[in-house]
Design a protein around this ligand. Structure first.
Ligand code: CA
Length: 231
């Protein structure tokens, strides 16, 4: 029985499928390729992949439709691979349930890192309840945030926001997703309340808030927190 991690690649450009398949197989993944969206949806069910890499521009149904159809029944991590660089398109894909995206052209190291992050989030982690990276430590059970061993005092909202990002460290969360999770359906079109709270968090945890080490802005999309080292 093969225990290799299975990747489904939905992509119609054969140069890219050859490149990605060779790279992943060289890293001991098992790869199956779908050249159309419909084939992708069908293989998502029959091949039972651990991760799906999904292109948006496909010859029949587009990547968004594949995403909708697969998400109707599956929680499998889906990483968008796309040459489309419009922020609104990335946001749409993330809000439809994609876990992450990677923009073409991308390097092997970046692709492998995104796949590892997605796999980690799809599997229940050992219940350690600690986030640790560089000098920052969050203890979710004690509701304690420490920077270089010193307690950091956060408001309730700041704490919720930081832990939401920490629990999803390494992946981007859209402004819309964060707003909905923390503030509920109340919508502040400019995300002003989110920005103010993020600025406050950065003043407390970042050495230089203009060049953050822990929480990165993905302009026009959302925030991504530095990957948890404690896994
Ligand atoms: Ca394409």
């Amino acid at each position: 029985m093969s225990t290799k991690i299975k990747i489904l690649l939905v992509e119609d450009d054969r140069n890219i499928t050859n490149f990605i398949s060779t790279t992943l197989e060289g890293n001991d993944y098992k790869v199956t390729t779908a050249l159309t969206g419909r084939e992708g949806v069908s293989l998502a069910a029959s091949f039972c992949p651990d991760v799906i890499l999904l292109d948006l521009g496909l010859p029949d149904i587009d990547g968004y439709e594949v995403l909708r159809q697969v998400r109707a029944w599956s929680r499998v991590p889906i990483i968008i691979i796309s040459a489309r660089t419009k922020e609104s398109e990335k946001v749409t894909a993330l809000d439809l349930g994609a876990d992450d995206y990677i923009t073409k052209p991308f390097g092997t190291a970046e692709l492998m890192a995104r796949i590892r992050t997605s796999l980690r989030h799809s599997r229940p982690a050992t219940p350690d309840h600690i986030y640790r990276a560089l000098n920052l430590e969050i203890n979710f059970e004690k509701r304690q945030v420490r920077l270089s061993g010193e307690d950091i005092h956060l408001t309730q909202i700041e704490y919720q926001l930081l832990t939401l990002l920490a629990e999803n460290s390494g992946r981007v969360l859209t402004y819309g997703h964060i707003m909905n999770t923390i503030w509920g359906p109340y919508m502040d079109a400019g995300n002003q309340i989110l920005r103010v709270n993020m600025a406050n968090i950065r003043r407390k945890i970042e050495k230089n808030p203009a060049q953050p080490q822990y929480v990165f802005t993905e302009i026009g999309i959302g925030y991504r927190m530095l990957e948890n080292e404690n896994v």
